[in-house]
Write a protein that binds this ligand. Structure first.
Ligand SMILES: [Fe+2]
Length: 139
């Protein structure tokens, strides 16, 4: 297990979203530090709360961008976002009743998020980037 190291291939090319994705990854890495420090229990719950608050703000911002371009797969994205938020809530409660390790939480958050941004988010980004290129041609 290791930190999530940000790679260029994680960037979708929509600046504001890339910044938010990176910030979220930073919070997931904070969770990793908490696990490594050995006193994970005391600090994992506040980190999960912060992750949950932040991801909701991020998903709302992202959905607004998708709406603004009439993104055809908005509903698919929304469903995935709802799933992730409910999964975070579930992880938190299962961690509290000790049926979930901090290690497994880290792996889930890392894998889900990186997979989501490099597949689903990339699709709307490609549309936005195409629009940007086209409008730039008329400048
Ligand atoms: Fe998304």
């Amino acid at each position: 297990m290791a930190y999530i190291v940000w790679k260029d291939s994680f960037n979708i090319g929509v600046k504001e979203m890339d910044e938010q994705h990176r910030l979220f990854v930073g919070y997931v890495n904070e969770l990793y530090d908490a696990i490594q420090s050995g006193n994970a229990e005391a600090i994992v719950t506040p980190i999960l709360d912060k992750l949950t608050d932040y991801i909701q703000l991020h998903f709302a911002a992202e959905e607004n961008i998708m709406k603004s371009i009439n993104y055809p797969m908005l509903e698919t994205q929304k469903a995935q976002h709802v799933y992730f938020v409910s999964e975070l809530t579930f992880l938190k409660s299962s961690f509290l009743d000790k049926s979930q390790t901090a290690h497994n939480m880290f792996l889930f958050l890392k894998d889900w998020f990186i997979h989501h941004i490099t597949t689903e988010d990339l699709k709307y980004a490609q549309i936005i980037n195409k629009i940007d290129t086209e409008s730039a041609e008329f400048d």
